[in-house]
Design a protein around this ligand. Structure first.
Ligand code: HEC
Length: 143
């Protein structure tokens, strides 16, 4: 085998080994478009300043990561140590901690998204993108 061919073959071997070692490239979970809608639809109404169940406030980043007597709700990188994820995996109604407590389970894909988001570091933006508002019943103007 001539030297040039050997070098080419070696280069191919190295590239294929390194591409083999790469994890599959999937886009990281995006808080604003993927996590916020879940928390907003399923969780915020019982977890905000006026309804602070479990001492958990999901209105914004600072509050969601605030110190709680029970310990942190979200441990970036460690979904299995994060109550925010763990409560979604508990059998409904067998413990008061199974969320949502109303008895229904949120879809598996959403639970998986939350797991993946925490695993990737639980990036929760500051500012508007990271603000979740509870549903409030607005009085019609002038009433
Ligand atoms: C109907 C009201 C209600 C809804 C909706 C709700 N929760 Fe809760 N949540 C509670 C109550 C009540 C507790 C306190 C339970 C306890 O510790 O006994 C709680 C506690 C928690 C805790 C703290 C558990 C701990 O170990 O400290 C987490 C985390 C949590 N909820 C996450 C969620 C998530 C995520 C959602 C949305 C999928 C959600 N909750 C939806 C009422 C609610």
């Amino acid at each position: 085998m001539n030297r040039a061919l050997a070098v080419v073959l070696l280069a191919i071997a190295i590239t294929s080994i390194s591409s083999f070692a790469q994890p599959p490239t999937t886009a990281p979970v995006d808080f604003a478009s993927q996590i916020k809608p879940i928390l907003s639809a399923q969780c915020i109404n019982c977890h905000h300043s006026q309804a602070l169940f479990g001492n958990l406030n999901l209105e914004n980043r600072r509050r969601a990561f605030a110190r709680r007597p029970q310990g942190p709700a979200i441990v970036p990188g460690e979904p299995d140590k994060s109550p925010l994820y763990v409560v979604l995996t508990l059998p409904p109604r067998q413990t008061p901690k199974a969320m949502p407590p109303t008895g229904h389970r949120i879809p598996k894909e959403q639970v998986e998204l939350i797991r993946q988001w925490i695993k990737e570091g639980a990036k929760w933006p500051n500012g508007q993108a990271g603000v979740i508002r509870p549903l409030v019943t607005q009085k019609p103007p002038g009433s």
